[in-house]
Design a protein around this ligand. Structure first.
Ligand SMILES: [Zn+2]
Length: 151
């Protein structure tokens, strides 16, 4: 009972904006794994896998041409599910990227997958830094303009 009281007190301290932000984060972290699991039953995904099959239990890596066994390869989204440049934008964009058409998938061997992922991760970090820097500059500029207009 005392535990309930504690959590209530914490929630009451949040502003409406903070509450909304918290709820959105909770929704996002709950729904993304659910949606990702659902893609395993997405027909274009099956079709892409089937198209990359070159023999019994053999799949061709789209990048290097290596032959992979069924549990070795990654069925990769050619266009990353979360934009490298923009990050998470909205649910429409996310859904359309996640449930892409057959052409949006490729089979990658572990090595090619690792390379693609690490390139995307470093680009993502770089773009994130740039977006943050731009937002900071914009804020500064807005403040400056406001100051000058009130003079
Ligand atoms: Zn490969």
């Amino acid at each position: 009972m005392s535990e309930d009281k504690d959590t209530e007190e914490v929630i009451e301290e949040l502003t409406p904006e903070e509450k909304e932000k918290k709820w959105k984060q909770q929704l996002k972290s709950f729904i993304i794994p659910v949606l990702r699991r659902a893609t395993f039953r997405w027909p274009p995904r099956y079709a892409a896998e089937k198209a990359a099959r070159v023999g019994r239990g053999e799949y061709l890596c789209a990048k290097c041409g290596a032959i992979c066994k069924p549990k070795q390869f990654t069925l990769d989204h050619i266009n990353p599910v979360v934009s490298v440049e923009k990050g998470f934008t909205d649910w429409n964009d996310f859904l359309e990227r996640l449930f892409c058409p057959q052409e949006g998938y490729q089979i990658l061997c572990p090595q090619c997958d690792l390379i693609k992922t690490s390139i995307e991760d470093s680009l993502r970090a770089e773009y994130h830094k740039q977006r943050k820097e731009l937002a900071k500059q914009e804020k500064k500029l807005c403040k400056k303009i406001k100051r000058e207009s009130t003079k």
